[in-house]
Design a protein around this ligand. Structure first.
Ligand SMILES: Nc1ncnc2c1ncn2[C@@H]1O[C@H](COP(=O)(O)OP(=O)(O)OP(=O)(O)O)[C@@H](O)[C@H]1O
Ligand SMILES: [Mg+2]
Length: 358
């Protein structure tokens, strides 16, 4: 989050939205035990840096996802409640809102609406990847919707929020396959001792802006970089980092940039689309993605600009981008890392990231 709870203030718009929305509440541990069949293994939806996520059903019949924190330190006690309350007030159609939280004894749990179509990751590379639910129009809507969710975090939430972990598993899909960005602002809540984060740099390999990975400098433009990687993944169905041989790995932008320079946009499309996409939109997504993933933060657009570019309302700006230097000098990049880390791996040490990117 960009600033601390002391600076928390609400605009007229926030107040209005708060009145409209049912908002969040505090859950008792008993209620969450009952909802998840005592955190039964069969209810488990997945596991991330924070802990395990369980499906559950409340007494009123509504379905929830409960994230159960696995490591906790008493020191962070107050921070948890304050941060969760701030995040609980953030409401936008493309952000997964918190239904509430539970803090009893050593247990820390966060309650969300259950998203029946799970994450974008599960459709691109996971359990639903063979089913081809993501046609081109859904992909376009996911791209624009998730960008709009991030615009809200960067430009409209008070205080402004930097996500710090934009990636395919944090884009959830509701019944209509509309994007709901999850886990915003939580990176800093993950305590020391959790398996795959450092206190200085939190995020996921393949999505990290170089200046953030090297220097730990988090800013809105780091989210823009990660969003660019996410867009390339959405268009191509490829992972952010792919093994090209036993020792060589290639980032998705190193693969995509030379093809974009040669205007071979059709080669960038996910084969699962079977050629069924709108050419102009695909070109637009690829160009925007690559500009977002520029190594130099100053050259990246803001998320507000990204939304306009994706919607095709600033075609002159797009033409300008296309004529910029990066699309004239294609360079094919491959590198070894020796760590054996896969694209889905999160960080264990800051040192490790430096190795990845050097
Ligand atoms: N509200 C939800 N509805 C449905 N599935 C969910 C929900 N929240 C999380 N999940 C599922 O649970 C899995 C684990 O989520 P979690 O956020 O803990 O891990 P992650 O996104 O892989 O990593 P990170 O800890 O960096 O966010 C995700 O892959 C997602 O599919
Ligand atoms: Mg997540």
């Amino acid at each position: 989050m960009a600033c601390g709870p002391m600076f928390l203030c609400f605009t007229g718009r926030d107040r209005k939205e708060k009145r409209k929305q049912p908002g969040w509440r505090i859950f008792s541990l008993n209620e969450l035990h009952a909802a998840t069949n005592n955190f039964n293994y069969d209810n488990k939806l997945g596991e991330g840096g924070f802990g395990s996520v369980y499906w559950g059903q409340l007494r009123d019949g509504s379905q929830i996802a409960v994230k159960r924190l696995k490591v906790w330190s008493n020191k962070a006690e107050m921070e948890f409640a304050v941060e969760v309350e701030i995040l609980g007030r953030v409401r936008h159609k493309n952000l997964l809102s918190l239904r509430g939280y539970c803090a009893e004894g050593q247990e820390r749990l966060i309650v969300y609406d259950y998203m029946p179509n799970l994450s974008l990751l599960s459709h691109l590379h996971g359990q639903h990847s063979a089913e081809s639910h993501l046609d081109w129009s859904r992909r376009m809507k996911i791209a624009i919707g998730s960008a709009e969710g991030i615009v809200y975090l960067h430009h409209h939430a008070t205080p402004h929020i930097i996500h710090r972990d934009i990636k395919a598993s944090n884009v959830l899909l509701n019944t209509n396959f509309e994007a709901q960005v999850a886990d915003f602002g939580f990176a800093k809540l993950i305590p020391e001792g959790a398996t795959h984060v450092t206190t200085r740099v939190k995020g996921t390999l393949g999505y990290l802006a170089p200046e953030y990975a090297m220097l730990g400098k988090a800013s809105e433009s780091c989210d823009v970089y990660s969003f660019g990687i996410l867009l390339l993944e959405l268009v191509s169905g490829k992972k952010p980092i792919e093994k090209v041989s036993a020792t060589m790995k290639r980032t998705i932008s190193d693969w995509a940039l030379p093809l974009a320079c040669q205007k071979k946009f059709d080669e960038l499309a996910d084969p699962r689309l079977n050629g069924e996409y709108v050419e102009e939109e695909l070109r637009r997504l690829v160009l925007v993605a690559l500009v977002c993933a520029d190594n130099e933060p100053a050259k990246r657009p803001t998320m507000l600009e990204v939304v306009d570019l994706l919607k095709g309302v600033s075609n002159e700006k797009l033409a300008e981008l296309e004529s910029c230097e990066m699309f004239k000098t294609p360079q094919v990049g491959e590198y070894t890392d020796g760590s054996g880390a896969d694209s889905s791996d999160s960080i264990s040490e800051e040192r490790e990231i430096k190795q990845e990117l050097s």
